[in-house]
Design a protein around this ligand. Sequence first.
Ligand code: NAI
Length: 803
Amino acid sequence: MTEITEIFDTLEYGPAPESTDPVDSWLEQHDREFSLWIDGAWHEASGGERFETVNPATGRPLARIAQGSDADVAAAVAAAREAFPIWSGLSGHQRSRYLYAIARRLQRDSRLFSVLETMDNGKPIREARDIDIPLVARHFYHHAGWAQLLDRELAGQVPIGVVGQIIPWNFPLLMLAWKVAPALAAGNTVVLKPAEFTSLTALAFAELTAAIGLPPGVLNVVTGDGRTGAALVEQSDVDKIAFTGSTEVGRIIREATAGSGKRLSLELGGKSPFLVYEDADLDSVVEGVVDAIWFNQGQVCCAGSRILAQEGIADRLIQKLKARMETLRIGDPLDKAVDLGAIVAPVQLERIRTLVERGEEEGAELWQPSWSCPEEGWFYPPTLLTNVDTADTVAQVEIFGPVVVLMTFRTHAESVLLANDTRYGLAASIWTESINLALDVAPKIQAGTVWINCTNMFDAASGFGGYRESGFGREGGLEGMWEYVRPAWETDTGHTEDEASGASFGETMMAEPATDAAGSHQVDRTAKLYIGGRQVRPDAPYTIEVRSPDGALIGEVGRGSRKDIRNAVEAAHSVQASWSAATAHNRAQVLYYLAENLSARATEFSERIAACTGIVTTAADAEVARSIERLFLYAGLADKWDGRVHHTPFRNVTLAMPEPLGVVGVACPSESPLLGLISTVIPPVAMGNAVVAIPSETTPLIATDFYQVLETSDLPGGVINIVTGSRDDLAEVLAAHDDVAGVWYFGSRAGGAAVERLSTGNMKRTWTNRAGGRDWYDPEQGEGDEFLRQATHVKNIWVPYGE
Ligand code: NAI
């Protein structure tokens, strides 16, 4: 027995383990064997295959879990489909009551859930008990609110249908909550596939939903490994897939769903920068690093795994960090006084070891505390790597463990360059006592979340999600609700098989100007491409004949190539930052002026539309008038598409700022050539993007006339580029281009599928016309918020505020 006086002498921690009784009795109730949760009841897996789930802190098995087969996934999807009309037919208020009941029950059973999470995942009980589980309950409370407010806050929207959700092992129940709460609030039904290492809290949650009387089939849980996830992705009766996990699997899912009409949201990996400026409060920074990289053993998608320290303070920071690391306590995750628990599985431990070894081989200096890790279970000590170069593996690859790299910078500009020198864009934290500096840097970082003088803060009211290869879509708050609804007018999910692309156009060489019957040379009137504010000949000397509906030749346009698209992207890229930095008022002015110039040439455009499409003059007049009005609409909206301020319940406000994606490729619709062009090119431009547009293939002359209007406006060269040619060929080049951040495609099903499939290089956002053709005259379909949401992504900036 330790004497109290001895404790005073040594100040050693005694053991403070949380009891496992509630978990043991719950596991025993199930004989430590679990089947699948389908249609509100346990369902034996068809293949009878089971696997063990193990406590990572001891290596000992906890229970056996069912490996869901294709047939099981199909049964779960069928149950969800059957429940959909019932669940979506309830009023928002009725659904709200269920979500509220879930939240209450979670709070009641919080001890079971926290201990179970800790035993299954290896995370410290302190984190499961004080962070994960309370946040889970908070998500259900918050989304009970959205269910209640649906008609008011998301008017005109309906649920998507059956949603397949695939989650990782790092925050098993929290990721479930992030996905299930908004899906159910909006009226969708769910098939959830937990991660194979950590299925237990999802299964306990399934039972909880039965206890509160959730109708059968609304939530189904199919356990299993990646094969089960893949089966869910492949199910044709699933309307949306929401995935959190590695970028690698995110890519596979993007490809697998391409052209299926399934909606997709992806929350993928990160290599988030943690920027420390020389005026930062270094003691707070050190605690920040503890939260950034040692929270959950660094198995956090938004972990601050790259410390970028200003040169003058780097050495002092390293000293302080080492001192703090020495005092971190690793051990039994059930011990309430432990800081670091176990790594989820041997495979993950091995991955961390291999990457750290690679780092050392590449020249990194490794520092770990002097104490050693427990012998039993899978543990890895907190690790600091210095002498790291930004191109090194450990500075680029997500390690997903308690390993942080530290690099230095001199100037603020250099810090931004280093911060953005990653293919990811999930999060960043900025540490400085200067509000001016923090708020100068925040908009420059390519990341979906920016924490100022804090890190790893989450709340149900704030959206969370990535830029770049960290994925797309948001979870949390109103931003997250948009992922689970669709416009009510979209009635079917079939694409129009549109005629245009690949149609047989007469193709001629442009080398020699044609001669007429009398042998005199005609003027070369081939409309050129419009790139970087200038009319340019296409790279290859080919043209496309443009004919009126009655077959008469009415002009020729250049046949743009891969090279022309590359040039256009480069032109767009070089101007995009300054265009987005222009004030919204400036952008509005430019759009009003464009409308004015179009108005001045209304008759000419109307005649051209009539000649190209064969519609009557009054209809052509109407198209021009509507196009002018639409320009006014986006000029009006340019400075009104504001962000929000989320009231996150800490010493913070969270600024939800819509930001442009960057360079956006737009394959314009064939119908309504002028209105279709304006409706799809102007919203991204209004939001600060630069656009490479492929105009309608059948009526490109409207677009080539339009650039004459652009030339007389104040639009900076490169903000709108127009490349005529084969829509689908060019759209594919845009989809595969790594400097294009988003592609909108309004064409055939096959073309949309190709765009989605080819978008995986940089995981760009795509928007294809899943609902078939739009009526561009209908304000619900042809204009408005949906377009602006697709043209932007939200950055959530957590700013200290109040006490
Ligand atoms: P993973 O991406 O393979 O697993 C995530 C989920 O996807 C699991 O439920 C898994 O069963 C499922 N899955 C796997 N293959 C699938 C497929 N082909 N189709 C559908 N679902 C599939 O991640 P894993 O292997 O567990 O971890 C590997 C690395 O991924 C980690 O070291 C880390 O770098 C990263 N990761 C990132 C996470 C994040 O939150 N961003 C979470 C987990 C892992």
